[in-house]
Design a protein around this ligand. Structure first.
Ligand code: ATP
Length: 281
C-alpha cells in the first residue's frame, strides 16, 4: 500500500508571549508516523496536546524545529513548500476559518474557488465542469439549498459544511480535518462520515482528522494516533482507545463512556491494521 504521508522526528516549538525565540518548550516533540493510502486516521489527545500544531506543521503552515515530512514522496521544505502538483493534492479544513465576514461571496462562488487545482491549465479548461462540480460538492454535504446565500449569513454549522464542500469540490489525495465534526448536527455528522467513507473507498482519498469524539473515532476510523506533546500510542482503535491507554493519555480517573450503537448499514466495518510500534522517546 502506498504511503501518502511520512512524518519522522517532528518537533515544533510555539513561541508564545514572553518565550525567547527557539527556547519555548516543544508543543510537539519527536513525533513519527506514516499514513497509508486510503486510511482514515484520527489524531486524539487532551486540549493543548499539540494536535493542531502537528497538523499545521506537517502542512507547512507552521515552521518545524526538527524532523522530516514527506507528502506523496515529496519532502516538505524547511520553508513549508511542496511541489505545486503535490500541494494540489492536499485539502485542509482548519479548526477556525474567519474570513466569511469580510468577503461578499455567495456559497456557490466560495466553493468554486476550491475548483482550480493549480493554475496550470488554460482558463477555459478550468471552467469546464466547474459548476457541476460545485453543485455535486454542495449536494455531498447537504447544502444545495444554501448555494445562493452569502457566506457571511451562515450559521457556524452551515459554514463548516460549506468549508467541507470547498475541500471536496475536486479530487485530491489527502484530506486533513481539524475538528471538522464539531458543531455539526447529528444528521450532518452522519452525512460527514458517510462522505469520508465514500471518498476513501470510491476515490482513494486518505484522511487525517483531529477529533475529540472518541465514540465516533472508534466507530469510523481505522487508525488512531494518541498525542500529548509526544506520540503516546498508535494503532487500531481497540488498542489505542483501550481504557488503560485512555487513562495514560487523559490522566488518572478518566472513565471512558461507551456508546452502544447498532451498526450503521451505510458504514462498512473498519479494517484493523496491526498496531504500529511506538517511536523512541
Ligand atoms: N498561536 C499560538 N501561539 C503560541 N502558542 C500557541 C499558539 N497556539 C497554541 N499554542 C500552544 O501550543 C500548545 C499546543 O496547542 P494546540 O492548539 O496545538 O493543541 P490542541 O491539541 O490542538 O488543543 P485543542 O484540543 O484545545 O484544540 C499549547 O500549549 C498552546 O497553548
Amino acid at each position: 500500500m502506498e504511503t501518502v504521508l511520512e512524518v519522522s522526528g517532528l518537533t515544533v516549538r510555539r513561541d508564545g508571549p514572553g518565550a525567547r525565540p527557539g527556547r519555548a518548550p516543544a508543543a510537539v516533540e519527536n513525533v513519527s508516523f506514516d499514513l497509508p493510502a486510503e486510511s482514515d486516521t484520527a489524531l486524539v489527545g487532551p486540549n493543548g496536546a499539540g494536535k493542531s500544531t502537528l497538523v499545521q506543521a506537517l502542512l507547512g503552515v507552521l515552521p518545524r524545529d526538527a524532523g522530516e515530512v514527506r507528502v506523496l514522496g515529496a519532502p516538505l521544505t524547511q520553508a513549508g513548500r511542496l511541489p505545486a502538483a503535490v500541494r494540489a493534492q492536499l485539502a485542509y479544513l482548519p479548526q477556525q476559518v474567519a474570513i466569511r465576514g469580510r468577503f461578499p461571496l455567495s456559497v456557490r462562488e466560495f466553493v468554486a474557488l476550491g475548483w482550480d487545482p493549480s493554475g496550470l491549465q488554460f482558463p477555459w479548461a478550468r471552467r469546464r465542469g466547474r459548476s457541476a462540480a460545485v453543485q455535486q460538492a454542495l449536494a455531498k454535504v447537504g447544502c444545495s439549498d444554501l448555494a445562493d446565500r452569502l457566506i457571511s449569513e451562515l450559521s457556524t454549522g452551515q459554514w463548516k459544511r460549506v468549508l467541507l464542500a470547498f475541500c471536496v469540490v475536486r479530487p485530491r489525495r489527502l484530506l486533513v480535518l481539524d475538528e471538522a465534526q464539531a458543531g455539526l448536527d447529528p444528521q450532518a455528522t452522519e452525512q460527514f462520515h458517510n462522505l469520508l467513507f465514500d471518498l476513501r473507498r470510491s476515490e482513494g482519498w486518505t484522511v487525517l482528522q483531529v477529533s475529540h469524539d472518541l465514540a465516533m473515532v472508534r466507530r469510523t476510523c481505522d487508525r488512531v494516533l494518541c498525542l500529548n506533546r509526544s506520540l503516546r500510542c498508535s494503532g487500531a482503535p481497540d488498542h489505542a482507545l483501550s481504557p488503560g491507554q485512555l487513562e495514560a493519555l487523559y490522566g488518572p480517573g478518566y472513565v471512558p463512556y461507551h456508546h452502544h450503537h447498532a451498526p450503521e448499514p451505510s458504514l462498512a466495518p473498519a479494517p484493523t491494521p496491526p498496531v504500529s510500534p511506538l517511536p523512541r522517546a
